[in-house]
Design a protein around this ligand. Structure first.
Ligand SMILES: [Ca+2]
Ligand SMILES: [Ca+2]
Length: 371
């Protein structure tokens, strides 16, 4: 072997060892299936890929959060070169549900060594299937209970190939009730777009990591499904009874990061979504006692700069302008003619605002963009 060839072999083996042993030589942390330094939703995707495989068990297996000696290499590896032995969190020589229960669940969120990115791939609208967060109500009072449906893809842009998905969320936890204010239920068998066999996991920790949640779903038979789209489950949230300070506030649930895996354990991009729910303290904003009748209101021009008009079907009796964070913003408004009003937007910072008001017996809310 010439000098150049041996150098190339050395470089190749160095690259291989970096991929395979990013957190130390030949050791495994139970639950960190992709060995990137943290136990997260992404580890369930790797578990799903290796599900059902068998190999050498570990000597003295344990699932405590400590480095464990790797057994002899298993016959299969992930596409990045990492051996399937990392998926055997409990060390019994088989990858199955017990590795989720006693490895990933018990050690979720724990870290070791230097973190290596999990490879999330957030897409841009139009270039990738969309994640949809659809609230059952978008204007509510304190104490309200709301469902927010989570679905993946749609008729216009289905998912080409699906094996699993990991999602990181953030949300305004300070606006939710203390107990059971934030839950997620996976769609029942037969109602979920993700067909069996599958593994699912929802994680959040109000005490140590409030306002953050993770969801993972993976198939377990090495058979991707698709193309397709549909619902995966629903969040249930309960808004805090008493919200101090603001006339209105805005609860947001936001997808921060997504990793969608399809055929051949390939990463596909998906477009994140944000659900916004306006919480109004004044019940008058929610409509008449006979129900949430909707006023017919037009706002133009929109986007606007300088001034805009609000044309109602009845007398305007209440009006609030709020910024995207739910903070009330003063608005100079005058009647133009009939139930049409002219608002002066000079001095407003450019951005998205909400107009929430009441005209006759009906409430309304409109987005307006100020340029
Ligand atoms: Ca990991
Ligand atoms: Ca196992």
């Amino acid at each position: 072997m010439g000098k150049k060839t041996s150098f190339l072999v050395w470089v190749a083996s160095l690259a291989f060892s970096i991929v395979c042993s990013p957190a130390g030589a030949q050791e495994l942390w139970p639950g960190d299936v992709n060995n990137n330094g943290i136990v997260s939703a992404v580890d369930l995707l790797y578990l799903g890929q290796a599900y059902g495989s068998m190999g050498a068990p570990r000597a003295n297996p344990a699932t405590d959060w400590e480095a464990q000696a790797l057994p002899a290499p298993w016959s299969q590896s992930f596409p990045n070169g990492l051996n399937y032995a990392y998926a055997d969190c409990n060390g019994d020589g088989l990858v199955d549900d017990a590795d989720l229960d006693s490895g990933i669940e018990d050690n979720f969120g724990r870290t070791h060594g230097a973190l290596i990115p999990d490879g999330y791939s957030n897409g841009r609208p139009g270039n990738a299937p969309q994640i949809h967060l659809s609230p059952s109500a978008t204007l509510v009072q304190p104490g309200a209970e709301i469902d927010i449906s989570l679905s993946l893809g749609d008729e216009g842009f289905p998912v080409a190939s699906f094996y699993g998905i990991a999602l990181l969320f953030s949300y305004d936890s300070e606006l939710l009730g203390d107990d059971d204010g934030f839950e997620f239920e996976f769609a029942a068998e037969g109602e979920s777009w993700v067909t069996s066999p599958k593994l699912e996991y929802f994680f959040h920790d109000d005490d140590d990591n409030p306002g953050k949640a993770q969801i993972a779903v993976t198939r377990t038979n090495q058979q991707p499904q698709g193309p397709g789209f549909g619902e995966m489950g629903k969040f249930s949230i309960v808004i805090e009874d008493i919200i101090v300070g603001l006339e209105i506030d805005t609860f947001q649930l936001k997808v921060d990061s997504v990793l969608l895996i399809g055929e051949g354990f390939t990463t596909y991009a998906a477009v994140p979504d944000t659900a916004t729910i306006i919480i109004a303290r004044d019940s008058a904003l929610l409509g008449s006692s006979s129900g949430n009748s909707q006023a017919d209101v037009k706002v133009y021009p929109n986007p606007a700069s300088g001034a805009f008009h609000i044309q109602c079907d009845a007398e305007l009796t209440e009006l609030l302008l709020a910024d995207a964070l739910g903070r009330a913003v003063p608005l100079d408004i005058q009647r133009a003619h009939g139930p049409t009003y002219k608002a002066n937007a000079c001095g407003l910072l450019p951005g998205l605002y909400w107009l929430i008001g009441r005209a006759g017996d009906g409430w309304f809310r409109k987005k307006i963009v100020i340029l």
